[in-house]
Structure formats: structure tokens, C-alpha cells
Design a protein around this ligand. Structure first.
Ligand SMILES: O=C1O[C@H](COP(=O)(O)O)[C@@H](O)[C@H](O)[C@H]1O
Length: 302
């Protein structure tokens, strides 16, 4: 696969993606790429489109975005339902723990879910819940009653299939009690889905070259042969992810540059099937992308 060399001195404003006007399958030549000078962007400290000069700037913009959504959704409904991923995303949420967000956000009205989990004890270093709890949830006043881990809180470790059944049941109860609405296509509709991706284009635990990305029921599925450790995973199916009112895709770091390039419409190796992360664009709502310059290193104008 031939890729352009990164040019660290340039940055790119791809506002069209932020507004959902472009699709991931558009060719680079059809996109509006505005080059700007990295030093002026860094000096202004402001976000420019969706590619930010640093991971720190991504974290700041993400906090502003999430806090604004929380306020907007809570004007009309009792709870703000947020679905977390694991991985680097959790660290990037850190600015929400600082002023002004820490005091302004109505944390007691958040309900927290996960897009995926590793089938391990909640105390394991591999647990997405533990990561989120230690780094984020334990530092804000969200009641434990409003946190819905994908693994049992009693520390038991079910099989991946049992864990998926259990979470399906939890989501069903929340739908039945009208806390989670159903989308027009019959899937639970969360307010905000916070996604990362792996270098291979995963979303949650929907891995390329596995059947789960094409599964549409039940709402939560599982695998016991994930290509990355640990092998047991529970994950929301794609239509549940796609039904969320808002989706943020947060990608920082050079190891994601290739997958970002492909997702944003760059040249793709012949025969490469559509990656799970490429499927989250929807006509119903935009995907808000938060990329740092490292993740966007291959996105160069033609
Ligand atoms: O295993 C997982 O990895 C992905 C990506 O994590 P990152 O460290 O590359 O950002 C994460 O989104 C997912 O929730 C997690 O289970």
C-alpha cells in the first residue's frame, strides 16, 4: 500500500466531515482540505475543524462537546445516556474532571453504559469498566445505580454468551421502563456513543474479519476468539451503535494514522473489506470526529 509521507508542519481543516457533508467513501480529491500553519493553530489554542494540533487540544474540545450535549439533552429528558468505550478514549475524557465542567455538568442525571467489555472480572486490569471507573467515574458524582457495567458487579465471570444475554436483559428492562427509547428500527437509542478505534479499524469489540460486525440481533453479542487479548468479548451490535443520537469518534496517536487515512476516504488496499469503524457514518446524524495531528498524519491534500 502506497501512502504519502506525513508532513508534521501542516494541519488540515476538514470542516465538511464535522458537519457530516462528506462521507467516508468520498475520494480525497472531492474533499475540501484547507491547509493551515501548525504554529498559528497551536498559538491560537483553538480547535480548527476536527483535526486538533495536539491530544491535549482534543481532550479540551471533547470536554466542551460532551458538556454541551449533556446540557442540551437534559433540557428535555430526565437522563443523559452515555456509552463509553475502553482504550485511550478514557484518558482523553480527563478535562471533564476539571473546571468548569466538574461543577457545571449535572452528573447525577447521567447514565453510563459500555459499547464493549472484555470478559474478565471487573477488578481485572483488562476491564474496560475498571479503566473508566478508576480514571473517570470514581472522580465525578455519578451514583453507582446509574452505572451499568457489562460484567456482573459481584465479581463473577460468566461465559461471553451469558454476559451478552445478561446485558441484553438489562437493556430490555431499561427500554420497558422507558428510560431508554427505541429507535425507529427497534434498537435502544442512547444519547451519546463515545467511540475509539483500534489500529485495525475495530469499533467496540466489532473486529474486521469476524461475523459480529454483520450481526443485528440480539442487541448485545459476544465473541470468544477476539484477535486481540483477552479473547472473550461482549459488544453492542452495529445497529445499536448506529441508533445513537450522537456519535463521537475520538482518535489520537500516530498508530492510528493508517486507519484514519482509509476511513477518511484515502486509497484503500485492493480487497480490503469495509472496516467496522467506516460503518458508523449515518444519514440520520453526523459523526463528530476528534482527531489529533498524529492520527491525521496521512491526510494530506492531493
Ligand atoms: O480493546 C479495545 O480497544 C478499543 C480501542 O482502544 P484504543 O486503546 O486503541 O483506543 C476500544 O475502543 C475498545 O473499547 C476496547 O475494548
Amino acid at each position: 500500500m502506497h501512502l504519502p509521507h506525513p508532513q508534521p508542519k501542516t494541519c488540515i481543516n476538514m470542516q465538511r466531515y464535522a458537519t457530516g457533508m462528506a462521507t467516508p467513501t468520498a475520494s480525497p480529491s472531492s474533499l475540501t482540505l484547507l491547509l493551515c500553519d501548525q504554529s498559528s493553530m497551536a498559538a491560537s489554542g483553538k480547535k480548527s475543524g476536527e483535526i486538533f494540533p495536539s491530544e491535549e487540544a482534543v481532550a479540551e474540545a471533547l470536554a466542551e462537546y460532551v458538556a454541551e450535549l449533556s446540557a442540551r439533552f437534559l433540557k428535555d429528558k430526565q437522563f443523559f445516556t452515555v456509552v463509553l468505550s475502553g482504550g485511550t478514549l478514557i484518558h482523553t475524557l480527563r478535562k471533564l474532571l476539571e473546571s468548569p465542567y466538574r461543577d457545571e455538568v449535572k452528573w447525577s442525571r447521567w447514565k453510563i453504559f459500555w459499547v464493549d467489555e472484555r470478559v474478565v472480572s471487573l477488578k481485572s486490569q483488562d476491564s474496560n469498566y475498571k479503566l473508566a471507573f478508576d480514571e473517570f467515574l470514581s472522580k465525578v458524582p455519578i451514583s453507582q445505580n446509574n452505572i451499568y457495567p457489562m460484567m456482573p458487579i459481584d465479581g463473577s465471570i460468566p461465559t461471553p454468551e451469558e454476559a451478552a444475554d445478561r446485558y441484553n436483559g438489562i437493556l430490555k428492562e431499561l427500554v420497558d421502563s422507558k428510560i431508554l427509547p427505541l429507535s425507529a428500527t427497534g434498537y435502544p437509542k442512547f444519547d451519546l456513543m463515545l467511540l475509539g478505534t483500534g489500529p485495525s479499524g475495530t469499533v467496540g469489540s466489532l473486529f474486521p474479519n469476524r461475523p459480529q460486525p454483520n450481526t443485528d440481533k440480539p442487541w448485545v453479542t459476544f465473541l470468544d476468539d477476539a484477535p486481540e487479548k483477552p479473547p472473550g468479548r461482549v459488544t453492542l451490535v452495529f445497529p445499536v451503535i448506529d441508533s445513537a443520537s450522537e456519535i463521537a469518534l475520538v482518535v489520537t496517536g500516530i498508530k492510528f494514522a493508517l486507519v484514519v487515512y482509509v476511513v477518511m476516504g484515502g486509497h484503500r488496499p485492493p480487497g480490503l473489506p469495509k472496516l467496522p469503524v467506516e460503518r458508523i457514518q449515518s444519514k440520520q446524524r453526523s459523526v463528530t470526529r476528534f482527531l489529533d495531528q498524529d492520527a491525521a498524519a496521512f491526510l494530506l491534500p492531493k
